[in-house]
Design a binder for this molecule. Structure first.
Ligand code: IMP
Ligand code: MG
Length: 181
C-alpha cells in the first residue's frame, strides 16, 4: 500500500496536531450544549474516532451514509443519502464531519436534509478543503488543511474503496488510477 503513494501531503503527526486544535476549538464552541457529532460514512469515521476524543464534553455520535462518487476519481454530481438517523434532533446542536470538502454537494445535501428534518443548528467540519473545486458556494465551519486539486487518499479517503487505512494523507502514483475512465 505505501509503495502506491507518490507523495505524502500530511503526515500522521501533522494530522494528529491539527485534530487536537480542531477539537479544542469545537470544545469551546459547544461547551454547555447538547452536541451530536455526525460523521459521513465511510470517509468521515476515522476523523470521528480521533476528533471525538479531543472534545471532552458530553456528546453523542450519529452516522450518515451519503455518496457523490462512483469508483473513479471524478464526482458524479449526484448525491445519494442511503442511511440517515431516525433520531429527533430537537434542541440538539449538530456538527457534521467529513474527510474532504470537494464540490460541496455531499455536505450541502446532508445539511439540507437535516434542516428539513427540523434541525436548527447544523455546522460542518472537514479535515481537507479542496477549494478549487467548489460548485455549491458551500463552506465548512471548520477545516483542517487546504489542499490543491489533486486526488488524495488515506485517513479515511479512498480510491475505489482502498487506502482508507493509511495513517497519513498522500497522492497516489499515476498508474494507480490509470484504470479510471
Ligand atoms: P463533494 O460532494 O464533491 O464535496 O465530495 C465529497 C466526497 O468526495 C468526499 O466525502 C470524498 O468521499 C470524495 N472525495 C473528494 N475528493 C476526494 C479525493 O481527493 N480523494 C478521495 N475522495 C475524495
Ligand atoms: Mg469517498
Amino acid at each position: 500500500m505505501h509503495r502506491d503513494i507518490e507523495e505524502v501531503l500530511f503526515t500522521e503527526d501533522a494530522i494528529r496536531a491539527r485534530i487536537a486544535e480542531l477539537g479544542a476549538a469545537i470544545t469551546e464552541a459547544y461547551r454547555g450544549d447538547d452536541l451530536v457529532l455526525m460523521a459521513l460514512l465511510k470517509g468521515g469515521v476515522i476523523m470521528l474516532g480521533d476528533l471525538m476524543r479531543r472534545i471532552p464534553i458530553p456528546l453523542e455520535i450519529e452516522l450518515v451514509k451519503a455518496s457523490s462518487y462512483g469508483a473513479g476519481t471524478v464526482s458524479s454530481g449526484r448525491v445519494e443519502i442511503e442511511v440517515f438517523p431516525e433520531a429527533s434532533f430537537k434542541g440538539k446542536r449538530l456538527l457534521v464531519l467529513d474527510d474532504i470538502l470537494d464540490t460541496g454537494r455531499t455536505l450541502k445535501a446532508v445539511v439540507d436534509r437535516l434542516k428539513a428534518r427540523g434541525a436548527e443548528d447544523v455546522r460542518t467540519c472537514v479535515l481537507l478543503d479542496k477549494k478549487a473545486r467548489r460548485a455549491e458556494g458551500f463552506e465548512a465551519d471548520w477545516s483542517g488543511f487546504p489542499v490543491d486539486d489533486r486526488f488524495v487518499v488515506g485517513y479515511g479517503l479512498d480510491h475505489a474503496g482502498r487506502y482508507r487505512n493509511l495513517p497519513y494523507i498522500g497522492v497516489l502514483k499515476p498508474k494507480r488510477h490509470a484504470d479510471d475512465t
